[in-house]
Write a protein that binds this ligand. Sequence first.
Ligand code: ADP
Ligand code: MN
Length: 516
Amino acid sequence: MDSVGVAAAAPDAGPGPAWQSKCPWGAPSTTSISCSLADVMSEQLAKELQLEEENAAFPEVVAAAEGPFITGENIDTSSDLMLAQMLQMEFDREYDAQLRREEKKINGDSKVSISFENYRKVHPYDSDSSEDEVDWQDTRHDPYRADKPTTTPRRGFIGKGKDITTKHDEVVCGRKNTARMENFAPEFQVGDGIGMDLKLSNQVFNALKQHAYSEERRSARLHEKKEHSTAEKAVDPKTRLLLYKMVNSGMLETITGCISTGKESVVFHAYGGNATEDDKVIPPECAIKVFKTTLNEFKNRDKYIKDDYRFKDRFSKLNPRKIIRMWAEKEMHNLTRMQNAGIPCPQVVILKKHVLVMSFIGQDQVPAPKLKDVTLNSEDMKKAYYQILNMMQQLYRECNLVHADLSEYNMLWHDGKVWLIDVSQSVEPTHPHGLEFLFRDCRNVSQFFQKGGVAEALNERELFNAVSGLNITADNEVDFQAEIEALEKMNEDHVQNHGKKLSTFSSDGDPPIYDE
Ligand code: ADP
Ligand code: MN
């Protein structure tokens, strides 16, 4: 943006540049971009003048209302709220005028007429803060009152001597209450109380009023919920800014909507832009995983990261917000390892704070189904099983990782194969609980495919050995698990004694070396 440069060049550059003479608006005469105090003052003056005009144009409203909006002296133009309210009032009046015109048009000369009265926006300003009290000055639509509210006796009674009728008179009051039900929201059915001369006691009226208000609020809340469920509003303002920046920079074309809201993350779909990050080509469709910054959800995940030596030194120094970024970082690193090993998984595009952009598994905004949601024929089921067995081995041996949340929920079926996702919690096998996590993964996979009718599917213990290359011989789950824990303990002891962890549990072959 060069607006500053343009403005600066204008005043003493002599004969203006060519575009100036061509410009239909002429050359800019002053360089002043920001408002001066005088401008602000005159703006205020203009508003005041307009208000005066308004007051003249809508005298009856001004006279009838008694709230803080009101007349000349106490207008506080410095308040944004007030201005907004006044503007709203103005809109509402216009809306009402339109309603009146339509009412007239529809009714024409007909003897039977319909009234839009209930749909009008401008109601007498409810200055009564306590909802338990009937507010007595509320009179604009009260058919039992003279039009001019000034004739309302402020003292609360009319008449003289014996004929005094106080404002508390039951009949007057009852009718008035009935009439005032018209002020309830239009969708609140009040029936024809006036027609049958219904007299509502204050108590009943107040209860109804309360109910009408809470109904109104409820429907407003529902409406709000709907609006807030759109892509933008599902994240906090800071995250929204991050997302906007990604779109602004051209990295993303558009963010279309939310794919999933989990406890710990929200995932959006986006179309990739043309701008490249570090010469990387942005995939045509992207998934944006936003790690939630509400901390309590992450508490139970401490154990994954706290004991992960890769993050150990940093963990203690970090505040919770940074720990959440670390989840995103972990997912990125783990995905990169998997990518390098050729395991089908989302490709990392970019990581910004707690927001991870990766390639989208799916097409035309439709995410690939999770394995739990897709019905595969037996052939594909078998194929998927062997693929997963293979991926688990690759993950363990080539990536030095245990998924740690592997199940039919975190595997997608796309392009005739299984894709692994959701690896923020993945750990290395020598993590103090790494083998337990692996065993849990194996149990999930075994059970899913055994239930799915894959006869060849190994049981969880066989699968564990096949993936890890360990040879745990226990033939029941309890013993098996005990041996796993013994191995983990051995590793911990090794760390204690030698100050470093075992590279791998497997005794045969060289330990793999991994650089990131
Ligand atoms: P969570 O921790 O909330 O389970 P996931 O990484 O599993 O986070 O993502 C949640 C859901 O979002 C997934 O089940 C999947 O449907 C969808 N999803 C996540 N990443 C992708 C992606 N790269 N492509 C398509 N869909 C994805
Ligand atoms: Mn998941």
